[in-house]
Write a protein that binds this ligand. Structure first.
Ligand code: GLN
Length: 203
């Protein structure tokens, strides 16, 4: 494994540039992935935030799904927001024909935070990243509504915050797949990208 792993960012839709900047800032070599031929020689892949229905349509059009599904078993992948939906095995409120890459044994609900909290910011306790909370920015964010036993929960919004019956799951990991409902690529804190880079280095 090279010291500066080549990490692709799926660049068919969404906030690609922000992920590329964060990855380059922590010593990865970030490259844009648009076509099948770009999906070579990668040690990890990021699926950015954006709009998962559009991303799914474009990925299908570019014939990327089959290779993406194979790769999800071979290299670490990290999905933020729409990227979380793309990595979920099952989705609620998706388009009828909406495909995902899958691999994460979770159910993700699109736009689950409702209109009054379409976008909001909150400090999240993330013990895997250390004692300092991580600033979570949520933009029409999906929610992880259920997880299998093999999925590790990395962050939740405590039930008191919105008067819920249970904590809301907003960051998960299962083996080499990592996903967050929020957008670490638009805050200066690099710890989630660093955490992903460690996964890539360890893979
Ligand atoms: N709601 C969007 C979707 O369904 C995700 C929003 C985002 O990535 N900021 O894809």
């Amino acid at each position: 494994m090279s010291q500066n792993p080549r990490i692709g960012v799926l660049a068919i839709q969404g906030d690609v540039r922000e992920h590329i900047n964060h990855l380059n800032a922590i010593g990865a070599q970030a490259v844009q992935v648009r076509s099948l031929s770009d999906l070579t020689d990668l040690q990890g892949l990021v699926i950015p935030g954006g709009e998962s229905t559009t991303m799914s349509i474009l990925a299908k059009k570019n014939n990327l799904f089959e290779r993406l599904r194979e790769l999800s078993k071979e290299i670490p992948m990290y999905g933020s927001c729409a990227g979380l939906i793309m990595l979920a095995d099952r989705i609620l409120d998706g388009r009828e024909d909406q495909e995902t890459i899958g691999g994460l044994d979770i159910v993700a609900a699109r736009n689950a935070f409702g209109r009054q909290v379409d976008s909001f910011e909150i400090d999240l306790a993330m013990p895997d990243l250390g004692d300092t909370p991580f600033r979570g920015i949520f933009i029409r964010a999906p929610l992880v509504v259920s997880v299998s036993e093999s999925v590790q929960i990395l962050a939740t919004i405590p039930r008191e915050t919105f008067g819920d019956e249970q904590d809301r799951i907003v960051a998960v990991r299962q083996g080499n797949l990592l996903a967050t409902s929020f957008h670490p690529e638009i805050v200066p804190d690099l710890r989630i990208h660093q955490y992903f880079l460690e996964m890539v280095r360890a893979a």
